[in-house]
Design a protein around this ligand. Structure first.
Ligand SMILES: [Cu+2]
Length: 229
């Protein structure tokens, strides 16, 4: 069990996910530091003990109270820019899959091995088997090989949806008439769940995402042997 998963961000299973979590922790630490400093200062000022009656100015003090905020802003801004470029960049990778959002299900297309186009609907609560997650299980989950760079192309058929996997730190808007790309990578096998994250209508809450990361052998068997609708 991962003890902090319940109060912290979920464990990231991808490289840039670690960077995102680090950045989140660092920003939060900076925020707490600033908040504490401001609170202490306002508390100290309220006591009237520190009111300066005749203040002649100090270049050193002015330098410090300019330098420290600028330093904090730069130390937050630089990693933020770095992350932005890291996440924006998409490359061809070893496999390409297309994700299409519909009202209200996802469909996955791929042409690397055999052309397939499968729809992925939520399993209704009454059909759930023991151990399955309510509102998260789908009939056809996306099966991908782990430790492989995969390019996803995300678009929508009708309205804006958002393809989201918190455990992989992925969130890409599916916009009709536009093809968004993002690379997906997991360094371990596993089962990851997500939900549409853009209010898209009546059944918005009932179009979950389920991605299974398996080894290449299982993946090839899945892609070549099964017949997709
Ligand atoms: Cu949606």
């Amino acid at each position: 069990m991962y003890p902090y998963s319940f109060i912290q961000l979920t464990d990231s299973n991808t490289f840039f996910g670690h960077e995102i979590v680090l950045f989140h922790d660092f920003s939060l630490a900076s925020l707490v530091f600033i908040l504490t400093a401001v609170l202490l200062m306002s508390k100290a000022l309220k006591k009237k003990k520190y009111v300066v009656l005749a203040y002649k100015g100090s270049n050193m003090l002015e330098f410090l109270w300019t330098f420290f905020p600028v330093f904090i802003l730069i130390s937050i801004g630089l990693p933020s820019l770095y992350l932005m470029y890291l996440l924006e960049g998409s490359f061809k990778g070893d496999l390409t899959f297309k994700v299409v959002g519909h009202q209200w299900y996802w469909s996955y297309e791929g042409g690397d091995f055999n052309d397939f186009d499968m729809s992925s609907y939520m399993v209704p609560s009454e059909d759930l088997q023991e151990g399955q997650f309510r509102l998260l299980e789908v009939d056809n989950s996306m099966v991908l090989p782990y430790s492989t760079n995969i390019r996803l192309m995300i678009t929508s058929y009708d309205v804006i949806h958002s393809w989201t996997l918190p455990s992989l730190k992925m969130k890409v808007d599916a916009v009709p008439g536009r093809l968004n790309t993002m690379n997906i990578f997991s360094f371990q096998p596993g089962s990851f769940y997500g939900q549409c994250s853009e209010i898209c209508g009546l059944l918005h809450s009932f179009m979950p995402i389920h991605v299974e990361f398996v080894n290449w052998e299982t993946f090839l068997n899945h892609v070549t042997e099964e017949s997709f609708n």
